[in-house]
Ligand binder design. Structure first.
Ligand SMILES: [Zn+2]
Length: 318
């Protein structure tokens, strides 16, 4: 047995908890991604399981050079240490290719000639190439046939979610026209191959979960539990970005970010915690996922982390 497992071992009778943090290297670690990292590390800790790191760079066109290294540095500065080797999606194309072949062989996937301009407004695929490419058109992308799939699941934080995939999404892309595999396919295979038992991530991915569950079903893979944290929005109501939140985290001042994400997740920490080690000792002893607001998003009241923390602490006292 390896001392540094990169996947969690699967047993027939009992699946040991395995969680992961899976950032995209499209920018630096921000408050929302730190919240996900802290929550998933604590979930793994209280379950006595493993916590793995995966770099989700399947969409190579969006990768920002150096950001994976900066994210790893920030995680360590905040006292977050993953176990084992880091998985990197761009190194797993052979596995994704194998799954695509399986889906094509099963008749679950098809070659599609359509470009965005061929789709109706709203973007739901009308099934044009489902039974073969139209004459004189050549294939560009691969899509999954959704048929009449309705997917429902119970998310730990967001509750019951269901989607009529044919009506809301349509046959969706699993390999893009530029040859890159779609995130939906890659994430499902990575979670299965790393034996992830619980997926902790932001609620912006709640809507893509039914597509991932359908892929798990078609590929014969086990379905993990889902745990979608509220998405953090800037004071302007928009997703956090450089524009509404210019300097959200500092590796030199990790306690501020750590305290802030715990407050956002409903935990009131005592003031006498002055080191990252003391933070983790407290957090591991007091983590209670029932305190997390059961909301799809949280709108921050300010752009200064210290001011937001002060506001939250006042709310938590009341
Ligand atoms: Zn088509």
């Amino acid at each position: 047995m390896s001392l540094h497992p990169t996947t969690c071992h699967q047993e027939i009778s009992k699946r040991p908890y395995c969680g992961r943090f899976a950032p995209s290297p499209t920018g630096d670690l921000h408050l929302g991604s730190l919240m996900v990292a802290v929550a998933t590390a604590l979930q793994a800790h209280v379950a006595g399981g493993h916590w793995l790191l995966r770099i989700e760079d399947v969409d190579e066109t969006r990768v920002v050079a150096g950001s994976a290294q900066r994210i790893m540095h920030s995680l360590q500065a905040h006292g977050l240490q993953w176990q084992g080797e880091v998985w990197i999606q761009s190194q797993r194309k052979a596995r994704y290719e194998q799954a695509l072949t399986q889906l094509l062989t099963q008749g679950d996937a098809f070659f599609c000639a359509c470009s965005r301009a061929d789709l109706p407004p709203g973007g739901v695929y009308p099934g044009t190439c489902r039974d073969g490419l139209p004459e004189e058109r050549s294939g560009r992308a691969y899509r999954l046939r959704v048929d009449d799939a309705q997917v429902a699941f119970v998310d730990t934080i967001q509750g019951r979610t269901e989607q009529d995939l044919a009506k809301d999404v349509g046959d969706f892309i699993i390999r893009r026209a530029d040859g890159l595999f779609a995130y939906q396919l890659a994430v499902v295979l990575d979670d299965a191959d790393q034996h992830i038992t619980q997926v902790v991530r932001g609620a912006d991915l709640l809507d893509s979960t039914p597509r991932q569950i359908l892929l798990q079903q078609r590929l014969g893979l086990e379905q993990p539990d889902y745990f979608h944290l509220p998405l953090l929005l800037g004071p302007d109501g928009k997703k956090l970005s450089k524009r509404n939140f210019s300097n959200p985290l500092s590796d030199d001042e990790p306690l501020l970010g750590l305290r802030l994400v715990m407050a956002l997740m409903g935990h009131k920490m005592p003031p006498e915690i002055h080191t990252v080690a003391a933070f983790w000792a407290w957090a591991m002893a007091h983590w209670d996922q029932r305190l997390i607001p059961r909301r799809h998003s949280i709108r921050l009241g300010h752009t200064e982390p210290a001011v937001i923390l002060q506001q939250l602490q006042q709310e938590l006292i009341i």
